[in-house]
Write a protein that binds this ligand. Structure first.
Ligand code: EPU
Length: 335
């Protein structure tokens, strides 16, 4: 019989640092405990936390919060060019990136310092500085909640898109990712340095995965707040994808609007730019605010409630609709 804790504060289990309580709580250290957790909690609603870095808690939870804390990284196969690495879901993402740099395995260096756990990384296909998880993801093992069986999803089966996967859509809430396998590159590495700020940082330096990671860490530190100092969940909204006509209408009015064309003819524009243009950058309402250096990030200065952060987000969404006819979608899960 597993011992479930009761009435636990989730403040240290969410990077926004929001105070909310869970009626029951269990920290999972062995994947094999999953069956027992579910058998013991029949009829109870169960919510899974990875690193808690992509959620906004707006109320207490009357069910069981399951924190995935399984650990382990191992090379399970390799040849001269690449290595297949299996990582348990509870490993911290950035710690995994550091492990890869030490082993001189390439592919995740542009994703350095992204908060959260390895198990959560495929759910929204994390991405930064020109690289997305899907480019190194081989497969993942999941626990299917419905039948308590383990199943493997290969890269193609995950239907990865921009900040999107099958685990956010058709299979939302149906699986718990227990481990992820990555196909990583041995030297010579194929570097992704198209992003302007990375190029600038690398000028006159040796080009290596370690230097690219240093560049990414320095750029992120200069723009993004450290959740240990100011509560936040990274980008709060997704960058909207516009139809060509819609973009052209906006571009006539705002010729400085940054934009990134997609192969299908649609155009992605930065939500951070839109939010700054509307005058929200750096504003503060009580302890809820918009980050001073990156308008896409909402912050909790100390004791904001989830509802206060949500109210600010809704104000931004309402104005974006009015000003740009754009419905900003949240990237963060509102719970
Ligand atoms: N911009 C502004 N004002 C702002 C923020 C951005 O004008 O306050 C402009 C920038 O000047 C730039 C453009 O918007 O021209 C894009 O900004 P940036 O390169 O900082 O990236 P982003 O689109 O704001 C996305 C990801 C980040 C990721 C960066 C770098 C999304 C939702 N966000 O942000 O991901 O680190 O690109 O690749 O796609 C996250 O998901 O939590 C996250 C931080």
């Amino acid at each position: 019989m597993l011992i479930l804790e009761e009435n636990i504060s989730l403040k240290k289990y969410n990077s926004f640092g929001i105070q909310a309580f869970s009626k029951k709580f269990f920290s999972l250290t062995e994947t094999s405990q999953l069956k027992e957790v579910f058998e013991q909690s029949q009829g109870e609603s169960i919510r899974v936390h990875g690193g808690g870095s992509n959620m906004l808690l707006t109320k207490d939870f009357e069910g069981l919060t399951l924190v995935i804390a399984t650990k382990g990284i191992s090379i399970i196969n390799e040849n001269d060019a690449s290595a297949l690495v299996e990582v348990q879901a509870g490993e911290n993402w950035h710690e995994f990136v550091l492990w890869c740099l030490k082993q001189n395995l390439g592919g995740v260096e542009n994703l350095a310092l992204i908060p959260g756990s390895v198990g959560a990384s495929p759910i929204q296909n994390i991405g930064a500085y020109g690289v997305e998880l899907k480019s190194v993801f081989h497969s993942c093992e999941v626990f299917e909640i419905e039948n308590h069986c383990f199943k493997t999803f290969l890269n193609k089966e995950c239907l990865f898109g921009y900040r999107d996967s099958i685990f956010k859509n058709k299979r939302k809430g149906m699986d718990i990712i227990t481990s992820v396998r990555f196909k990583l590159q041995k030297a010579p590495h194929n570097l992704h340095v198209e992003y302007g700020d990375i190029q600038k940082y690398l000028e006159g330096k040796k080009h290596s995965i370690q230097e690219v990671a240093k560049a990414v860490i320095s750029i992120r530190k200069s723009k993004l707040p450290d959740p240990k100092e100011i509560g936040n969940s990274g980008s709060f909204f997704k960058n909207p994808i516009l139809k060509k006509e819609h973009f052209e209408r906006l571009f006539q009015k705002y010729s400085d609007l940054p934009h990134y064309p997609n192969p299908d003819g649609t155009i992605k524009v930065p939500a951070g730019w839109l939010i700054e243009k509307m005058g929200f950058k750096g504003i503060r309402e009580g302890d809820a605010g918009v980050h001073t250096k990156q308008a896409l990030v909402l912050v909790n200065y100390a004791n904001a409630t989830g509802m206060e952060i949500l109210a600010l987000a809704e104000k931004i969404q309402k104005m974006a609709k009015k000003e740009f006819d754009i419905s900003l979608e949240t990237e963060v899960n509102i719970l």
